[in-house]
Write a protein of this length. Structure first.
Length: 118
C-alpha cells in the first residue's frame, strides 16, 4: 500500500500547479511544469516502484519455502519503515540522508536474500 500511495503527492503537485488535465495533455506527452517538491515526489514514487519488485519477490519466496522467521520479519519491517523515511527525506530534499536510507533499504533486501538462502 505504501508504494501505491506514493503517487498521491505527485498528483497533488500537478493539480495545484497546473489544474486538472485537459484533452491536449493526453496527446502531448511533454511534462507540465512542477515545483521542485512535486518533481521529487514523482522520483520518490518511481524509486519505490523500482525497489518493490525484488523486495516482494523475496518475501513471497520466503513465505512459499516456509523460511519466515524473526529475522525475515525484522528485515521486512525495516524495509517498510526505511522506504517511508526515504520518501519523506526525498520530498524534503535532505541531502546525504536519502542515500544512507536508500542503502539501508538495500541492506534489508540483501538480508531477506540471505535468510532465503539459509
Amino acid at each position: 500500500m505504501l508504494t501505491a500511495a506514493l503517487w498521491i503527492p505527485y498528483v497533488v503537485a500537478q493539480v495545484m500547479t497546473n489544474g486538472s488535465l485537459k484533452p491536449e495533455n493526453y496527446v502531448d506527452p511533454t511534462q507540465r511544469p512542477l515545483p521542485n517538491w512535486g518533481r521529487r515526489a514523482d522520483r520518490a514514487y518511481i524509486n519505490a516502484v523500482e525497489t518493490f519488485a525484488p523486495f516482494a519477490t523475496l518475501v513471497i519466496l520466503i513465505q512459499l519455502t516456509g523460511k519466515a522467521n524473526a529475522m525475515t520479519a525484522f528485515w521486512t519491517m525495516s524495509f517498510f519503515w526505511l522506504r517511508v523515511v526515504h520518501a519523506v527525506v526525498y520530498w524534503t530534499a535532505i541531502p546525504y540522508i536519502r542515500t544512507i536510507v536508500f542503502t539501508l533499504g538495500f541492506v534489508a533486501v540483501i538480508g531477506l536474500f540471505v535468510e532465503l538462502m539459509r
